[in-house]
Design a protein around this ligand. Structure first.
Ligand code: BTN
Length: 246
């Protein structure tokens, strides 16, 4: 086992990603080390957002990785592997989770998990990666400003043992990480694409001031989203260049 070989728990901290980054400065830290907590005072989301989570209800952790065999231009593979690992875990309890590009995990139209991957690139190599994961497990009420939140408990009506969930999730992430390192990257990519939220469904998107109808056709190796328009034109977007509307 790489992921979960070493577990470090803090009752509370600022952000598991920030603490993991500090630990990385100590070069002795083992690949696969997991920093986890019951509460973050400054949980970070993508695009500078905050990640909020009720104390002691959910999974909040970061995994330290050293994926030196992955070229920086292929770094999106890490997002794919982590996203699929989380879906594999959710499949243990309820089938049908989806990946909202690039790496939000959805159940129906609700967000159950968010991922914040921070890579440190030195020249031609990814020197280290901190993969932060927030997964809503037992939380039942969310602040009004959080968009479409959902938890495993809200979906299934059951309460979960978070220690068991963490162990299972780390096992599932480990399998996907090994698939990325030693297995078939094409299979990983095609499984990721097959799991995409609204894959090949006609939907409304916004890019800048333009609103258009299109459908997701593919994600490139660098993680760009390809959307086909009604007249057949295919457009490509990177993260932040496009929003899902309906
Ligand atoms: C997002 O969807 O915006 C990404 C959210 C990532 C949240 C997790 S919680 C554990 C780790 N520590 C952080 O500060 N953020 C990530």
């Amino acid at each position: 086992m790489i992921i979960g070989s070493n577990l470090i728990f803090y009752e509370n901290l600022s952000s598991t990603n920030s603490v993991a980054a500090l630990l990385l400065k100590d070069k002795e830290i083992e690949e696969g080390t997991v920093v986890y907590t019951d509460f973050q005072t400054a949980g970070r989301g993508q695009t500078g957002n905050r990640w909020e989570s009720e104390p002691g209800k959910n999974l909040l952790f970061s995994v330290i990785l050293c994926p030196s065999s992955i070229d920086p231009e292929d770094q999106f593979l890490l997002s794919m592997a982590v996203s699929l690992g989380i879906c594999d875990f959710i499949d243990r309890y309820i089938p049908g989770s989806k990946i909202k590009w690039p790496n939000d995990i959805y159940f129906k139209d609700g967000k159950i998990s968010g991922i914040l991957i921070e890579n440190s690139i030195m020249g031609e190599n990814i020197e280290s990666t901190v993969a932060g994961i927030g997964l809503n497990i037992n939380q039942e009420m969310f602040a009004g400003h959080i968009l479409n939140p959902v938890s495993l408990r809200l979906i299934t009506g059951r309460e979960y043992d978070r220690v068991i969930c963490l162990k299972q999730l780390l096992t599932d992430l480990d399998v996907r990480y090994k698939q990325l390192l030693y297995g078939d990257r094409e299979t990983l990519t095609s499984e990721y694409i097959a799991r995409l939220y609204r894959f090949k469904e006609w939907c409304t998107y916004r890019s800048g001031d333009i609103i258009f109808t299109g459908r997701i056709l593919n994600v490139t190796s660098s993680g760009r989203l390809q959307i086909g328009k009604k007249k057949g034109k295919v457009m490509e977007f990177s993260f932040k260049e496009i929003d899902f509307i309906l």
